[in-house]
Write a protein of this length. Sequence first.
Length: 354
Amino acid sequence: MSTHRQGSGHMNAAVLYGAENLKIETVDIPKIGDDEVLVRVAVALTCGTDLKVWKRGYHARMIQPPSLFGHELAGVIEETGKNVNGGVQPGMRVLPANSAPCNACFFCRKGQPNLCEDLLFNNGAYAEYIRIPGRIVRQNMIEIPDGISFKDAAMAEPLACVLRGIRETGVHPGDTVVVIGCGPIGLKFIRILSQRKVRVIAIGKRKSQMKAAERLGAIAAFDVDKIENPVELVRQLTDGGRGADSVIEAVGRAITWEWALQMVRKGGTVNLFGGCPTGTEVKIDPAALHYSEITIKSTFHHTPQFMREAMDTIARGEIRSSDFITGEVTLEGLPKVFQDMKNRNGELKTAVIP
Ligand SMILES: [Zn+2]
Ligand SMILES: [Zn+2]
């Protein structure tokens, strides 16, 4: 095991200083502890969560500026701490998740590790190297199978959230499911659900998203700006006008949450997957809810189990990064990518090659 990099070299990295203030700088290569590893980043992917954090300048649980930034990556182990074992060694291609639960708190002991009170988040993917904390090394760092590209592997984190969302929603082959929102997350739902013989109706914005939704398997895709009443439209497309078996909301706005609740059939399930800004209020009709026996889920984050399922799903070829990655930049190009995402230039995910 080598320790030659510790405390010596420098690297280029993106540093978040505050709202819309991201700089590419030369910083020290992170020092690793005895149970940690240093990963050379092969590819990092941009993500809607990063856009939110970039706009706001911080994230209460995940990131306080000034801070290294980015959380979806795949790479190669450069160096391991002296207490790292279990076959984890330099040269191994890995997917380190962006978090790991504590396994000790109330929620972890209840089998809900995504709600862990001490969920450890790791940021710093937009850099040449990233330090991976011991807790992630032990529980949530997966070796990338041979033949799987770094770009495909790097999609595992958001995919794990999507797979968990599908499991919690309880979708069956033959069901009609509405997906509201056709960003990278909504499109992943569309891809996986349509692969599982579900009829997916997509509701999104802009031509590029509608095209992507259809390419990824939606039987119909509608641009909200071009339709009068999305709730009526969905009902017309379902058996007897009953509504969809399930609705997955992947936007995070009050109006789309309300649509979701109105589009689902009696006895159906709504997954309010998109997180709304704090302070958002949503109107619901208690009578309609009660007499229709609608189940409401709102799934958040992933677990080590679903990270592994995501990698297996990628290895089976059920999802390909080429359907989601619409651009590629070096670190120097990253600040402009965030500006472009803010202006909604139609790109889905950008691959950052440090
Ligand atoms: Zn993400
Ligand atoms: Zn915990």
